[in-house]
Design a protein around this ligand. Structure first.
Ligand SMILES: [Zn+2]
Length: 148
């Protein structure tokens, strides 16, 4: 079986969140983990069903299969806890980058982050990878406690 590509998952999630998609993991939790209908979830987060399925597909591919994706989503939520978007959407649906104070087209938010704020992106990825280390260390501790 294909191993979980955690680095690729972290890269994907970081870029999505920084680009204003901070609903990504919550939407995927509801849709993939809790089994909510795609129409309901898509409506709640103001995205299309097609987009939601696309996000799920990417996470499943990077996880290896759907079962694993379901297990990984809560872990990714834990890792991404402190990651905040730098491109934000206001009530009028306009996306603005908080770092350089420019308006960004909805379809260009991720490209904007990748192109102009590589440092922020690297930092977010680094934070998530550090939390992953913590998570793994805690899990090992838990295993040792249970074993002794
Ligand atoms: Zn910017």
């Amino acid at each position: 079986m294909k191993p979980v590509d955690i680095k690729s998952l972290v890269n994907y999630v970081s870029l999505k969140i920084l680009g204003g998609g901070d609903y990504l993991l919550d939407a995927l939790e509801e849709y993939l983990v809790n089994g909510e209908g795609p129409a309901i979830v898509a409506h709640k987060y103001n995205i299309s069903k097609h987009q939601l399925r696309g996000y799920a597909q990417r996470i499943i591919e990077k996880s290896g299969n759907e079962m694993r994706a379901k297990k990984i989503i809560p872990i990714l939520q834990y890792l991404a806890k402190d990651i905040k978007p730098i491109v934000v959407r206001n009530d009028n649906g306009v996306y603005t980058c908080k770092v350089c104070n420019t308006m960004v087209a909805r379809e260009d938010t991720e490209e904007h982050v990748r192109k102009y704020h590589k440092d922020q992106l690297s930092l977010a990825i680094k934070k998530m990878m550090e939390r992953l280390e913590e998570y793994r260390a805690n899990k090992e501790k838990a295993v040792l406690v249970t074993a002794s």
